[in-house]
Design a protein around this ligand. Sequence first.
Ligand code: ADP
Ligand code: MG
Length: 697
Amino acid sequence: MEKISVIPVQYLKGIGPKRVKVFSRVGINTIEDLLYYFPRRYEDRRNFTTIAMVKEGQTQTLKATVLAKGERNSWRRRGFSILEVVVGDETGKIFCVWFNQSYLRQYFRVGTNLILYGKVEKYGNRLQMNSPEFEIIYEKDSFLDIGRIVPIYTLPDGITQRNFRHLVKVALDEYLPMITDCLPYDIRSRNNLYNLAQALLNIHFPEDAEAQKEAYRRLSFEEFFLFQVPLILRKLKKRQCPGIAHRIEGRLADSFITALPFQLTTAQQKAVEEIKHDMAKPVPMHRLLQGDVGSGKTVVATIASLISIQGGYQVAFMVPTEILAKQHYEKIMSQCQNTTISGIKEIKIGLLTSGLDKKEKEKILSRIAEGKVNLVIGTHALLEGSVQFKRLGLVVIDEQHKFGVGQRALLPQKGLNPDVLIMTATPIPRTLAITLYGDLDITVINELPAGRLAIKTFYFDEKETQKAYELAIEQLRLGRQVYIVYPVIEESYAMDITGAKKRFAELKSGVFKDFRVGLIHGRLKQAEQDKTMEQFKEGKLDVLIATTILEVGIDIANATCMIIEYAERFGLAQLHQLRGRIGRGKDESFCILVSRSQTEEAKARLEAMVKYTDGFRIAEEDLKIRGPGEFFGRRQHGLCELKIANPLTQLHLLKRSREEAIRLLARDSGLIERTGILLKEKILEKFPEYEKLILVG
Ligand code: ADP
Ligand code: MG
């Protein structure tokens, strides 16, 4: 029987070549992808709130009929149209408003029945929803769309909720019977888990809230389990392999420390000691270095690198973005080059990113292969097959949450059991860290360098945006620089928010017209991003408008002010990372969170940002505020490969999955029993990088 993971999605009726392309863009290529494309939320369409019952500030699902519609031009903004639709039920009426979306007109014929979802606002005594999500209901509508709990997806372009929903249903009907469950029966029964078919059916079309919860629990367990098995396997195998015993006493590392313009903090010294201890041992180091933004992890990693280099070994230093790679390169270069102590100047440092042209790349590749480069700093490009080291002694991976577990495993394979140092700023409670990074030893840097001024954080309502800009201008007048961050690049009518690009145009010729303003986001060409970043770094730009591309590692001491607009749209961990970009110099810094959400939850979260500066504390607050009931809040923990499981809110399930994985591997460490084979296939599908680990017995 063929597996659904290899059946292309175009086998389904209703999916032609055009749709294949669009689906592929959101990662749906096979039937399995489609079945694992989970709803973003659900609507309970069994009973509706009547319009008479709705209150201002609530987010509601309503069922109503179109009574009238009209379109007018905005008197505030030229060329801006406003579509107004009055809808009602037996108890009252409510206005729905869309901006600059004339094309929606056609959907709202008088008498059409709609389901609306959005936030209810009140203007005078008129109830209104701005740009609500809507779905038209027809007489012939099936039980899939009404009278039940209905899934709502993040849609690929050009398909409606209804069409997508029906497509998923067809796929479930046709392919569920052929599905194989990779979770062994005994594990399912010990943990009261749904079987896979039951789970997939109920995650899309839950019979009731309880069934949805169970489906979510089962699928999360599966995800955790598939994640734990390779970790534990790796831990088992690691104990057996020989590593490099580095020469930790040496000229380079010591003179580097002496020449630093500052003293290492006690926590940094302790981290260096632990790393030295590991590196000296003849088994490979696998250490996680955890420390809040700005705690100085990079210097520690540089010292580890020099230890490796002084013994004649090479170092691969991987970071998630080109900008960060360049920044590290320049920083480490200057730290080494400024030192007059002999030896350090001669260290050859290379930069490897996908932005290099062919010739440059070939040159650096051959120098790496010949061992003429001691330290290579690079992006994912380091993982490519063409990168060969002569004597790889240490692998450093920075901001590890940006890489998959699999990628993390790939780089060390370029050497003979080199030491591995992984760094993260994601604040994870210790119990959780042990479970998530089960194969690593952990060092925590729990101290910031002395003399840093705390960042002052404010929380403004959207109406006070102007005030935020004024604060920024005050800083600009002092010669400082400013970041302004947006959650999206393009403006989004669906969400009714303005994107970075549009705001750039507005601000450049408006509020900040006396200053030099730049724009940076992930869809610009790499060269352009680099140029803008370079200009900002050199002080040739005063204001940098950006998306979350800033999140990792950028270190510019003169930037003392950050405005984050639509702050309610970011996770707390992300806000904390972003805020870590300022307060890096000796001047007082300001972070202004601008939000328009009035919900208690959003307020509480942003107030936590104002109150706390410690990343651990913020993570705890986040957990408290959102509670374990929080749905698919998956981006928070930064483990990109977990699609739905959330280690913060499902810690118990994660622990159970780990116990089960340990139990299974104790019995069948080669994954050769019948259930083991299924599992092995599944893991290799998910993390092909593990092939070596799993297949080599
Ligand atoms: P992280 O990567 O942990 O966020 P960095 O390594 O980028 O932090 O360090 C932040 C800044 O603090 C850098 O400019 C670095 O040179 C500086 N720094 C690191 N350690 C110290 C220290 N002990 N005293 C003063 N400044 C330090
Ligand atoms: Mg860093």
